[in-house]
Design a protein around this ligand. Structure first.
Ligand code: ANZ
Ligand code: ZN
Length: 832
């Protein structure tokens, strides 16, 4: 008998499919488009990880299935090759990132990804560090700038002193740099931001319109953090000034016994009394060097010497400044209600401040009462419940002009600037000459908002600030190849050391100007790659990165599968970019991912695989011993796709043995002339139904279990296993084991590719369950479960039940008063 040699088989069919373009979809003429998207990898130096094989393997199995169901499946793959990950690795191994990326992408593609038997369309691939790609990343920046969505502002940003760059929120984990573990500090820098906050409400509202899991939606919601409340003005005692606070608990205002303002609050300087100036300024300079996480974790503060008046009970209350109030949220000031806010409570205990209960229900000697209750010590509002009081007090505040109702979002604008080398240069030019011009043709106020004429407004935006976008026809701004590309230090980018790069003529006045030397955040590269795939290679026809007819036909993707770790920022950023491009008229949809499903992680020895733990499983050795089919099926069999599981050597051998059995069985049956038996026919139709239903929901592990059950059954019933039945099995196996199934298909005498077969239909009458399991209870308690013929009468089931040894032990010597039967499900005995 011919032996099963997976590696040879895989090599052979890989070449045949490539040559015959078996998986190729003509994007222009395809009739039934289905865009199956998965998150593209960053081409790390280590090569593909088994986690990738798991992620892509599952997504691609689904793609194969959709193809067999009659869709023209477009399944592109690319590389997220710009960014700090690649750059840090390049620095570590001492190789230029450009060179490194050339090598790693080639290796990923040719040695690994192309060996998986996936539907990947390499003619529509993107590599984000290619000029053909980042030309358009820069183009997007320019469009956002023109629309007023890319702005420059000074902001306190998280800074990693070791990586020497600003960090995105996601790159800061518990106050430390995610890449190198150094404590992050805060720095004031002028940076480019995308105004994602303009879209906060839409990012929230649109969640209702898309098919994502509730967990992912909740993560987005929490990140956006909509918070409804009120702003209240507290007069500063003995002055004309007011401090505006933001609260979500207007109901507790009578319990505000002190105020806290952020150390960077602009009013601080005005109100600090003379004797306190020195201490306060020392405190502030310390606060500035801490990260947000550190600031909120420890409650330290200092009295300013000033007092405010609680506008409701007219009591004089001290004003503190403290770390835990953030300058960047709300109004940067709070009314502190120690009785009902734990942070305020701890602060009050530490500095011996009054704690006044205003919501009944708690005991306040150990901690704040943050729960529900009715108002006390609150004058005319006493007796109201919390929710009602919030409403009444907010109304009172508005009517008496003490403040107003407001909504705040925790979402911050997207910090785009990176003082690093390995990214797309931000395509902007700064002209000092223009910046100093007197704008006599209109006032700044007019310029800012009132100008209707889009063109004039753009020109004005630039003239006011001196910043101009690079003319679109001159894109890309090519990243120069630098020998010394290492990070330089606070606010200094490697590109600023290159005079030829820096020097440029102003696009408006023609004087000597300077290029922006920061590059953009790598999250921008990956925020739009999926929009680009269908249009790859179409640039001659288009003034945007999107070919109109192809985009209309293929976008947005029908399915997006990726890791949970990207369920917040990557998804949020691409949603924002898509919305902005929609509003600018470049796309006709607002939401990028109609359907998103997260897969889980494969662990090893119970822990997340990571280099530092030394428990990363390299797929190569398995690819060359067992082959891709076994490795992929094994990974998908470990557990539910959204729960993952633990990798094990022994279990992968088990999957290999299963495929070997399929092989052996085929070789035996191939020669036989058995006719199909009725029982095996039933099993086959059940298999088709169950696998089809499971694949629709990405339930790969249970699908594979069904395949195994069928093969077990077939072994035992070989006499009824016909050639045709086995062919059907091979077709159902195809999405999971593309290589083996193709080989078997041909062994069974078929021509053409198994992957061009339609997904088989099952006969409904054959898959109806004929046996059901009935739960047996005695006096309402679960005691047993029995399998019986479907639709048996109560009498017949009763006889079977009473025959069971287990049940006898409960009924012996007892009187059966009555029985209750819920057909096909439950049998209850009432005994006494
Ligand atoms: C009084 C109060 C009483 C509060 C109470 C809470 C409980 P979210 O839900 O996150 O919006 N706060 C407001 N601005 C802040 C800032 N810049 N830094 C730190 N804390 C700030 O939280 C809103 C609540 O967080 C606000 O409501 C305010 O404290 C605090 F029993 O006001 B609250
Ligand atoms: Zn100029």
């Amino acid at each position: 008998m011919k032996p099963f040699q997976p590696v040879e088989i895989e090599k052979h069919w890989g070449e045949v499919w490539e040559k015959e373009k078996t998986f190729k979809v003509d994007l222009k003429t395809a009739k039934n488009p289905y865009y199956n998207l998965m998150m593209f990898p960053y081409p790390s130096g280590e090569g593909l990880h088994v986690g990738h094989v798991y992620a892509f393997g599952g997504a691609d199995t689904f793609g194969h299935f959709m193809k067999m169901k009659g869709h023209d499946v477009f399944e592109p793959m690319g590389f997220d090759s710009f960014g700090i990950h690649s750059e840090n690795y390049a620095i570590k191994v001492g190789k230029h990132p450009k060179k490194l990326i050339e090598e790693t992408t080639k290796y990923f593609k040719e040695e690994q990804l192309q060996k998986l038997g996936a539907l990947f369309d390499w003619d529509h691939s993107v590599t984000t560090s290619d000029t053909q790609y980042y030309r358009w990343t820069q183009w997007i920046f320019v469009q956002l700038f023109k629309a007023g969505l890319a702005v420059r502002k000074k902001a306190a940003v998280d800074w990693c002193p070791s990586c020497k760059t600003v960090l995105a929120d996601e790159q800061v984990v518990a106050g430390k740099c995610e890449r190198c573990g150094t404590s992050v500090i805060q720095k004031e820098l002028e940076q480019w931001f995308f105004k994602i906050t303009d879209y906060a409400q839409k990012l929230l509202d649109n969640l209702e319109t898309i098919d994502w899991s509730e967990t992912t939606k909740t993560m987005q919601k929490n990140w956006i953090g909509r918070s409804q409340g009120a702003e209240i003005n507290f007069p500063v005692s003995g002055s004309e000034d007011y401090i505006k606070i933001f609260t979500t608990r207007a109901d507790t205002v009578f319990g505000a016994t002190f105020m806290v303002i952020a150390p960077e609050h602009p009013i601080l300087d005005q109100i600090v009394s003379k004797d306190y100036k020195e201490k306060v300024s020392r405190y502030i300079s310390e606060a500035k060097n801490k990260s947000e996480v550190e600031r909120t974790a420890q409650k330290s503060g200092i009295f300013t010497g000033a007092y405010a008046v609680n506008p409701f009970n007219k009591k004089k209350i001290p004003i503190y400044t403290a770390d835990y109030v953030l300058g960047s949220y709300g109004t940067g000031a709070i009314m502190a209600v120690p009785a009902h806010d734990q942070r305020d409570y701890e602060f009050a205990k530490k500095y011996d401040l009054a704690i006044v209960e205003v919501i009944s229900g708690g005991v306040l000697n150990k901690k704040a009462w943050e729960g529900d209750g009715v108002l006390v010590n609150s004058g005319e509002f006493n007796g109201l419940g919390v929710e009602e009081a919030k409403k009444k007090l907010s109304e009172y505040i508005e009517e008496n002009k003490i403040g107003s109702k407001t909504v705040n979002f925790h979402l911050r604008d997207w910090l785009i600037s990176r003082q690093r080398y390995w990214g797309p240069p931000i395509p902007m030019i700064y002209c000092k000459n223009c910046a100093s011009q007197d704008l006599s043709w209109f006032t700044r106020e007019e310029a800012k908002g009132k100008l209707k004429d889009q063109g004039k407004r753009e020109a004005c935006n630039s003239q006011m600030s001196g910043w101009y976008p690079v003319v679109e026809s001159e894109l890309p701004v090519v990243l120069p190849e630098l020998e010394d590309y290492q990070p330089k230090g606070a606010g200094v980018s490697p590109l600023s050391t290159v005079p030829e790069f820096l020097s440029v003529k102003c696009p408006s006045c023609g004087e000597e100007a300077k290029r922006e030397t920061d590059v953009s955040d790598t999250f921008l590269d990956s925020a739009w790659y999926f929009l680009r795939y269908p249009s790859v290679g179409q640039d001659s026809e288009t003034a945007s990165p999107f070919n109109q007819s192809l985009s209309k036909k293929w976008l947005p993707p029908d399915m997006y599968i990726g890791g949970n770790e990207h369920a917040v920022l990557h998804l949020l950023y691409s949603r924002f970019i898509t919305m902005a491009l929609h509003d600018l008229g470049y796309l006709d949809f607002e939401e990028p991912y109609k359907k998103f499903r997260a897969h889980a992680l494969i662990t090893y020895k119970g822990a997340k695989m990571s280099k530092s733990r030394g428990n990363v499983v390299n797929p190569n050795e398995y690819l060359t011993s067992y082959g891709a089919d076994t490795l992929k099926m094994y990974l998908l069999f470990i557990g539910p796709y959204d729960q993952g599981g633990d990798f094990s050597d022994r279990a992968i051998a088990g999957m290999f043995r299963f495929l070997q059995r399929v092989w052996t069985l085929t070789m035996e049956i191939k020669e036989s002339s058995a006719v199909e038996g009725p029982e095996i026919k039933k099993q086959l139709h059940k298999l088709i139904k169950e696998v089809g239903e499971d694949l629709d929901q990405l339930k790969f592990n249970t699908s594979i279990a069904h395949l195994m059950e069928f093969i077990n059954f077939a072994y035992k019933n070989k006499s009824g296993l016909s050639l045709d039945t086995l062919k059907y099995f091979v077709v159902v196996l195809a999405p999971f084991a593309p290589f083996l199934s193709e080989e078997l298909w041909h062994e069974l005498g078929e021509k053409g590719s198994v992957h061009l077969q339609a997904w088989p239909k099952f006969e409904p009458s054959l898959v109806e369950e004929t046996r059901v399991s009935v739960v047996v209870q005695v006096n309402g308690k679960y005691r047993d479960k029995i399998e019986v013929e479907k639709d048996l009468s109560e009498e017949e089931v009763g006889r079977l039940v009473l025959d069971r040894e287990k049940i006898k032990s409960y009924t012996d010597g007892k009187h059966i008063e009555k029985t209750i039967y819920v057909k096909n499900r439950l049998f209850n005995l009432v005994v006494s």
